[in-house]
Write a protein that binds this ligand. Structure first.
Ligand SMILES: C[S@@+](CC[C@H](N)C(=O)[O-])C[C@H]1O[C@@H](n2cnc3c(N)ncnc32)[C@H](O)[C@@H]1O
Ligand code: SF4
Length: 230
């Protein structure tokens, strides 16, 4: 689990805009020594935005199978630790909220990644989400990664009920042979079913991961995967 004042991909949008405007005013200030008041205001605003912006990443290190290409921190033989792991996450969450001085509605996004978040039942996330509720911004985006074989209708429905509003499906390919080569634990049809189930449940924001440049890839195969995804 990690809290961040910054986006995983770099600085987040509001911070970045302020940063650029701030740099511009500092530049004017250094050049003419006249623009120090706007520069100061922007500097303080920038610091305030950074201090108030919180992004939360929750890592779930369990997988049904280890894909041949993946070096992420995940285990296929530690399912017996699920309950203990989720309880430990809850303890860490309370500690981190204090450490980061989290205030009401200060968390802008949550990303549950892995490993495979869909290997953990929604009930085991409940304690975490209940505790987080007062800290969440009204229009928060809550994403969970999910694998088609474990993102069952019940799992998706349960996570939707907890407030997850975006699913990032690890599809990788709609080609059976390629999925086998990658050691994925699902078929193309399972991916299609999981996506349709998510839509039926009410998820409006879905993303699909596809992987390319693997052994045996052809332009046609990649085009097929993209066309099927779209
Ligand atoms: C680490 S997985 C976690 C989510 C889920 N378990 C899944 O398989 O989609 C997130 C994404 O990282 C991608 N990934 C993992 N290892 C990769 C690698 N070596 N190169 C490119 N993508 C990779 C996976 O294909 C997956 O779509
Ligand atoms: S299921 Fe996802 S996290 Fe697990 S080994 Fe495969 S790519 Fe990595």
């Amino acid at each position: 689990m990690a809290f961040s004042r910054f986006n995983v991909n770099g600085i987040d949008k509001p911070t970045c805009t302020l940063e650029l405007v701030g740099i511009f005013w500092w530049f004017l200030f250094l050049l003419y020594r006249k623009a120090y008041i706007p520069a100061l205001i922007l500097f303080i605003a920038h610091k305030l935005v950074i201090l108030r912006t919180m992004l939360l990443y929750i890592h779930i290190p369990f997988c049904d199978s280890k894909c041949s290409y993946c070096a992420f921190n995940s285990y296929v033989d530690k399912f017996h630790l699920k309950e203990k792991y989720m309880s430990a996450l809850f303890v860490q969450l309370k500690h981190e909220l204090k450490r980061f001085d989290a205030t009401k509605e200060s968390i802008e996004t949550i990303f549950i990644g892995g490993g495979t978040p869909s290997t953990v039942a929604p009930e085991l996330y409940k304690e975490i989400f209940t505790h987080l509720k007062p800290y969440l911004k009204k229009d928060i985006e809550i994403t969970s990664e999910a694998n088609p074989n474990s993102a069952t209708y019940e799992w998706l429905e349960g996570m939707y009920g907890l407030g997850v509003n975006r699913i990032s499906f690890g599809v990788q390919s709609f080609n059976e042979k390629k999925l086998k080569l990658l050691n994925r634990a699902h078929s193309p049809q399972m991916a299609i079913d999981a996506i349709n189930n998510a839509k039926t449940i009410g998820f409006e924001n879905l993303s699909l991961d596809l992987i390319y440049a693997t052994l045996g890839d052809t332009k046609e195969l990649i085009q097929y995967d993209i066309d099927t995804a779209v």
